[in-house]
Ligand binder design. Sequence first.
Ligand code: DSN
Length: 416
Amino acid sequence: MMFQDELSTADPAVSQALADERRRQETTLSMIASENHASPAVMEAQGSVLTNKYAEGYPGSRYYGGCEHVDEVERLAIERARELWGGDHINVQPHSGTQANMAVYFSALEPGDRILSLSLSHGGHLSHGHHVNVSGQLYEVEQYEVDPETGRIDYDAVRERAEAFDPDLVVSGSSAYPREFDFDHIDGIARSVDALHLADIAHVTGLVATGLHDNPVGTADFVTGSTHKTIRAGRGGIVICEETHADDLDSAVFPGSQGGPLMHNIAGKAVGFGQARSEDFAAYAERVVENASVLASELRERDVSLVSGGTDKHFVLVDLRESHPELTGADAETALNDVGIVVNKNTVPGETRSPFVTSGVRIGTPAVTTRGFGPAEMTEVAETVVALLDAPDDPSVAADARATVERLCSEHPVYE
Ligand code: DSN
């Protein structure tokens, strides 16, 4: 094997898997709410010589020589992030949203301190203190939930829980709560019990940047996010915090919890953040939300129940218990995936089934909107989803659905 060989020659097995994955993405509908299709420019930056560079430290203060160009890239990522979200201090080095949350915990808490956060089965995230995650093992965790009747967060109940539990840190934000978070409300609750506030905007980074979702920067002590979801930049995480927390936060990222930053991913973040400042991106983000809203109303019209009755964001959470009680989330995921509508099964509030089975499916619009879908396509998707939920084992329904997906994909290619 020669160093200079192209991938297809150097490693046919990996090359084939990449080609297969590219074809899979082109020929199926990615409707996992946390996924998106990065632009070619973002992917070019991520697949660049920056993967070769060690740059432990921060711009202008590194433990290695030869960092002048990666310094420029990291500075650009930070400047552009500030244009999108604002904020005193920004760290673009976290390898993921989970690493960003861990860095905040390490910087602000001692082991055994108390975290109050949204329960995973009500839309929270593993890194918000779930017992299988280190955040649930290092800290004492209490969780709030959504109101079982409305599917929405009951802020009075959160306040009561905070007063009883006396947390050191309150976490807002979610990965499967389809409604806008009231960050000011959570902030007021956190302050009233003398706790810090971490707002995790992982899913809604792109909506916050374009004013489609409330922005907690300037309100919460810490804001974390991932950079490859609705914002559509290079894969990874980000933390934005007040200047008073900056030194501790930076130390918690490096050397506290990470080694060398992934400079190629930081380049992908810089490029994606740059693209997200455009009018095109603002129009894209608006369409993401509009598409989710159309999907919600088309599903509701066909008697499919949704957690909270709808969405303010980029996905819907289907609750199968009323409309299709015999069907599990896992069954629905399989039926949809088999025809090329790729979604994930998801727990719903009050879930009685295991996380491997579940009673819900989360269906997101960021990636299909990137490929150009609008309301007409979302209506077709809704019709197809409901036909499959109604008859998951009917081969003729599956064949029709597959044909619809194939047509929609060929009418809207991702990468020309
Ligand atoms: N795994 C992501 C999601 O699907 O919501 C969150 O990290």
